[in-house]
Design a protein around this ligand. Sequence first.
Ligand code: GDP
Ligand code: MG
Length: 659
Amino acid sequence: MKVCLVGNQNSGKTSLFNVLTGMNQKVGNWPGVTIDRKEGIIKSTDIQIIDLPGVYSLNPFTSEEKITRDFLLNEEYDVILNIIDSTSIERSLYLTTQLLDLNKNVVVALNMCDLLAKKGFHVHEDMLSKLLKVPVIKISALKNEGIDDLINAIKNQNNSYKSIKIFESDIENSIDKLSENIESNKRYNALKIIEDDTLYLKSEHPEAKEIIDNLYSRYQKRMDEVIADQRYNFIVKNKDKYFHADKDEETTSDKIDKVILNKYLAIPIFILIMALVYFLSVGLVGSFTVDGIDYLINLLKDSVENGLNSINAFPWLTSLICDGIITGVGAVLNFVPQLIILFICISVLETVGYMARISFFLDKVFRKFGLSGKSIIPFIVGSGCSVPGIMTTRTIENEKEKKTTIMLTPFIPCSAKLPIITLFTTFFFGSLAWLVSLSLYFLAIVIILLSAILLKKFYMKGESENYILELPEYKTPSFKYVSRDVIEKVWSFIKRAGSVIFICSILVWFLSSFSWTFTYGVPIEQSILASIGNILAYPFYPVIGELSWASTVSALLGLVAKEQVVSSMSVIAGLAETVEDGSLIFAQNGIFGFFTPLSAYSYMVFVLFSAPCIGAIGAMRREFKSLKTTFKAVAYQTLLAYILASLITGVGSLIMLFI
Ligand code: GDP
Ligand code: MG
């Protein structure tokens, strides 16, 4: 026997899958965790179970929905196990009505029943079962309740299921008429023809045109919308039968939400929380850990240098190891403590349920700009790394909105950009570093919103998608989840330092230690890197208001990985031998010494908003599925960064003239 597990994102599919199979798949609080299907055997039975990606409907828009829909339509299986978050039952039943159209055995598992009482909700599973004509079982995947009943219900399926009538009679009649000429999945396919789904050509069904024209003349609306409306109608109309909520009881979550999601307070609170996050990570922790680690790295460098000198190693080898590798990789590792704090903060905000709330609130704001709250999730995930951020855009159905979101996700400061932000802000803005960092974070949000308007106007016209999200209960963050999440992210940062940054630092060292005739030890101004940079420095002039080859090539090397900007600067500054201390590369230093707070800020703006790293560009290409669109997106990002940074330098210098 083969069972497939279908449900909305976050309904507890993976949790139930783990309970049923005894396996340990990652349970995530975010949509998009289960992107591919997973298979297992239900404990002490021979029933095979498949965990499919979470979907809100069977309309094949996102790649996840394609996986799930294709599986349901084309593969062999015996039972659909539809899991529902019983605390947001109305939304979940939409998918259920679509599953019922498939004419397969369906068992409904009402999950999260442990939360019902707390919320003051009552669900009558018998009534629901009568309405849907399928077994409905209350369970809690978390507390391991009702699981045996569920397994029994699955075992007792006997292929006798007949679809129920959901729509108004003219549509139901049309379905019946169309079904006569359809071979398999009659009801589902008939509905697709009525909805005028592009995958189901009307032309193959000559009788369809008349039927659809008749329906259209009655409803005067797109039929897919009519069908969707009637599905909701069916759910809402019958709600009293299966659902009841205690009116007066206000849960703690509701009370907290009254403050946090208050019309006037929500945005200030959001700003305050993000300020605290930056204050903790960049300000408080940054100020005393960076120097400490820097000291350790210098200690390592000195002792390696002494060691190598004492065995009379080649000078170039000593320089390669100390000035290239240790300086380059060390410049990036400096920031690990801050990243840990940043990741802990974000992860806690995620698991507590705050991020879901702010995305719910910002939905209203974003909608005015042609994006929906769904775009926020890629942005939030993108604050760790753009690559998974871009990948979560798969959950956005609306193609235009998805493209816009992919294009804008790299604007969010990812963890690799944090070293750049911290280095510059700490050096030029001292105790106000966290505030300046925060300003960059909000600048990113403003840029995203303005870009969204721009793209909507000139490039991607269209409606933004309805965001169906009901707020989860506030939860105390689980130590296990947070620590796993943080370790995973920090580890991937460290791995990059050990691979990409390692190799790139060697390259930077090589290019800045050798001249075109491959003579070692030339003054850095005669190096290969300097000669390339000297040409590129001209177009880069408006950004920082200086001709600086070193800043130019460092910014360019950010394409490999954004941390590399900091790493390259340290290597170049170290080789220029003006300053010993890697973190103080700006002090009295000929090569970077021109930086003022103003040019430092515009330099940061350029590096943060211009083309993302190769990894993110690759992810963009995969999701766009088009090289041309990817190219356009990168060009847009870079041009925007260029204009913005030039404006800051230009206007800023003008203002400086007058004060
Ligand atoms: P999926 O996206 O459908 O695979 O959902 P997950 O299995 O990843 O679960 C989403 C979240 O809901 C996790 O934080 C789970 O711990 C939580 N969860 C799952 N089942 C239950 C349940 O029965 N009760 C409660 N309170 N939480 C649950
Ligand atoms: Mg899952």
